[in-house]
Design a protein around this ligand. Structure first.
Ligand SMILES: Nc1ccn([C@@H]2O[C@H](COP(=O)(O)OP(=O)(O)OP(=O)(O)O)[C@@H](O)[C@H]2O)c(=O)n1
Ligand SMILES: [Ca+2]
Length: 486
């Protein structure tokens, strides 16, 4: 080879090596780190029970919507932590089994950086009202227990009703990937054992500051209406309703509470303090401590009796739901989860019109208790006996309380999960505390990863081909020049 071509060859070789290096570096640099997951743990200390949620997300995508998923849940055995008021140590000890499970589920090298949060809801709000000292002891006990694990303990506290409503709304909208899109958002309806929450973006002005929450998420402003009704979860509402019926029952001895919300043939002895053992019901001085709870199975009478727990005669705003609480007209689609789902799903009432739902429920309530038990031999009779009441309560709360009508009934979606994750306040709570939902939308990459690699590869190839063409052209033209000289 002639000496004068040497610089061209070296030049081309250097460029080729350079391009190869460029492609290799960009591929390695941008390779998604699939194996790098991060984790977070949230304990939902509800009035009826505690659940431990483990969430996971790819480390490099934590600010993208929809990336956090529920990896595992564990239901703590026994009742909620507020039931340990007489034995606070028991509350902390009750968490051990599920927390040990969390240690197994999360890779050990991630333990020290995995945050653990405990949020307690309406059961603990009621205990705090009844006995503040006892509620502190229970919280201290669960805190001590959680600190004994290798995770990063971030606190155990009673969350407010507004937080419970707002974080439930964030959860359902994050999981439905509504937050970065111009489409509407999903309202959130949560029914617990001791409280219930309603949260949505209203079309009207929010007239009471207690019911308004503002968020800036991914560059959009959200102005939310939210309210939490303490004592209107389904277990406390049953006590409210039974308490009202007991008050109006003649003080006969023995007292017989004839209850249209329980099946015909249902007959169970109860005690008066069993109904009045909560700050939600006022203590009644009844001669007899015992009464017989007798089912009548009459749906319309049941609804009449439940209406009495909603006070719709007072309202100092332009409109109210009940008990003098401001509420704008419900607007848009709603996700109704927790006990809204458990009850309606059990009764197969999640997809009918309001009129059909009422008809089916009336038939269910009038079914003899014996037959109900025969149809569901494996279900705990305490829970089984309450479905007629619970579903009637749900219909009354949604229709008479929140003012849903037969026209917008179809806008309520009874849901348990979205994807693999449960609807509830816990995910929204963790996303907020770990700053995983930024106020401004993060910069989007120019193109997706696959497209980027393909582009880089073909672009490099193009440069190579061009250089080759230049070289060939250069060689040809110098040869022609040499020929011309000869
Ligand atoms: N599979 C299930 C789970 C729960 N329940 C009942 O549904 C109600 C609400 O349960 P949950 O949403 O877990 O309430 P908590 O979170 O415990 O209560 P709160 O939110 O009021 O603190 C309780 O009466 C519970 O017994 C049910 O019927 N079926
Ligand atoms: Ca709850």
């Amino acid at each position: 080879m002639e000496r004068r071509y040497m610089p061209v060859v070296i030049f081309l070789a250097a460029i080729t090596v350079g391009i190869i290096i460029m492609v290799v570096i960009s591929v390695v640099q941008n390779k998604p780190l699939y194996q790098k997951y991060k984790y977070g743990i949230v304990l939902d200390a509800g009035s009826s029970h505690t659940s431990v949620f483990i969430y996971e997300w790819p480390a490099e995508k934590e600010n993208n919507t929809g990336m956090v998923q529920q990896k595992h849940t564990c239901n703590v055995k026994g009742k909620g932590i507020s039931s340990y008021s007489a034995n606070p140590q028991g509350a902390g000890a009750s968490l051990q089994e599920c927390m040990n499970e969390a240690k197994q589920k999360i890779p050990a090298h991630r333990h020290p950086e995995t945050p653990v949060y405990l949020g307690a809801t309406a059961g603990m709000r009621l205990l705090r009202m009844e006995n503040e000292e006892a509620s502190k002891k229970v919280l201290d006990s669960v805190a001590l227990s959680l600190k004994s694990y290798p995770f990063s303990y971030q606190g155990a506290r009673i969350i407010s009703g507004q937080e419970e409503g707002a974080f439930g709304w964030i959860t359902v909208n994050y999981l439905s990937e509504n937050l970065r899109k111009p489409t509407g958002t999903l309202g959130a309806l949560d029914l617990g054992g001791a409280s219930t929450q309603i949260t949505f973006v209203p079309q009207q002005k929010i007239e009471s500051s207690d019911n308004s929450i503002d968020f800036r998420l991914y560059g959009n402003n959200y102005h939310l209406y939210t309210h939490s009704f303490l004592c209107y979860g389904k277990d406390q509402a049953l006590k409210l309703s039974m308490g009202k019926k007991l008050e109006s029952t003649l003080k006969t001895d023995p007292i017989e509470l004839r209850d249209p919300c329980f099946h015909p043939g249902y007959k169970v002895p109860r005690t008066v303090p069993d109904v009045f053992n909560t700050p939600c019901t006022k203590e009644l001085k009844l001669a007899n401590e015992n009464f017989l709870h007798v089912g009548l199975g009459n749906w319309s009478q049941c609804q009449q009796s439940i209406r009495k727990v909603f006070n719709t005669s007072i309202c100092s705003y332009s409109k109210c739901s009940f008990n003098g609480v401001f509420q704008p007209s419900v607007y848009g689609d709603f996700g109704a989860f927790s006990a809204f789902f458990f009850v309606m799903d059990f009764l197969n009432l999640t997809s009918d019109s309001l009129a059909t739902t009422k008809e089916k429920l009336a038939a269910y309530c009038s079914t003899p208790w014996e037959k109900i038990v025969g149809n569901h031999p494996k279900i705990d009779q305490k829970y089984l006996s309450e479905y007629c009441f619970s579903a009637t309560y749900i219909l009354t709360l949604l229709e008479d309380g929140y003012k849903f009508t037969s026209n917008n009934w179809k806008d309520i979606r009874f849901i348990k999960k979205i994807g693999d994750s449960d609807a509830g306040w816990t995910l929204g709570y963790m996303l907020n505390l770990t700053n995983m939902i930024p106020a401004e939308a993060p910069d989007m990459p120019l193109m997706p990863y696959g497209g980027y690699v393909t582009f880089m590869f073909f672009f490099a190839l193009l440069i190579l081909v061009l250089l080759l063409l230049v070289y060939l052209y250069f060689r040809r033209s110098t040869r022609t020049a040499q020929k011309d000289i000869i």
